[in-house]
Design a protein around this ligand. Structure first.
Ligand code: VIB
Length: 228
């Protein structure tokens, strides 16, 4: 599988924080998913928290519909909300059901501080700022999991118990959606800041949004490794 092209805006943002990006996408939680050494309690703890994360993340993407300026932007945001609440959460529901955690328990799970910090940061970026602030804060989640899924699909141990998780994010339908999201991000930034966006007054602020969200992803993996 070739490396995915998630667009030039994402590449530029990622290149502005290489250390944080590596700490996120090569975190020991990720290594443990690939080689199968991640303890099951840590994985389930992560998955329950991630269910709650996706609920609030769907709210953040919904804000994208509100802040969009074109129909294409609205379509991508609305499509992502649909994918999240009607499809992506199925992995969480099915995996947890198999160990006796039902959906009501997932919905009512106590949200940990690292989880709350991340989603509320993204929602606030969109409330306080404009569409670009919102997508800069949303980007690490989309493209980071896209990169991780593809890398683990290539490198993971054949007998890792986390193959379903890896397949969810390596899946070509999922990758196609991420490529479409990347194209929309490129167009959204060029529309507002022009082709020379990296020299615009807004760029540093967008880099900060992206880096902060990347740091919050690192905190989410750390949280996963420490079941309460
Ligand atoms: C902590 C955390 N970060 C990223 C993802 C992956 N993810 C969540 S929403 C979304 C975009 C549209 O599906 C993607 C890729 C996750 N599940 N949990």
């Amino acid at each position: 599988m070739t490396a995915p092209d998630y667009g030039h805006v994402f590449s530029a943002l990622r290149n502005s924080c290489p250390d944080e990006w590596a700490a996120y996408t090569q975190h020991s939680f990720v290594t443990g998913l690939g080689d199968g050494t991640l303890p099951r309690p840590a994985f389930l703890h992560y998955l329950v928290q991630d269910y709650v994360f996706l609920i609030h993340f769907a709210r953040a993407w919904s804000l994208g519909v509100v802040k969009a300026e074109t129909l294409d932007e609205m379509k991508v945001c609305a499509g992502t909300v649909d994918a999240l609440v009607n499809h992506e959460m199925a992995l969480h529901v099915e995996t947890c059901a198999a160990v006796g955690i039902d959906e009501a328990a997932l919905f009512g799970a106590k949200e940990e501080v690292a989880n709350l910090a991340y989603t509320r940061y993204v929602i606030d970026a969109g409330l306080q700022g404009d569409f670009l602030d919102l997508i800069a804060a949303l980007a690490p989640c989309c493209f980071g999991y896209g990169e991780i899924g593809l890398r683990l699909a290539r490198e993971a141990a054949a007998d890792t118990p986390y193959a379903d998780w890896i397949t969810t994010y390596a899946d070509s339908d999922y990758q196609d959606v991420m490529v479409a999201v990347g194209k929309m991000f490129d167009a959204a930034v060029e529309r507002r800041l022009g082709a020379d966006y990296q020299n615009s007054a807004r760029w540093e602020q967008l880099q900060t949004r992206f880096t902060t969200a990347t740091e919050l992803e690192i905190g989410f993996w750390d949280m996963g490794l420490n079941p309460a």
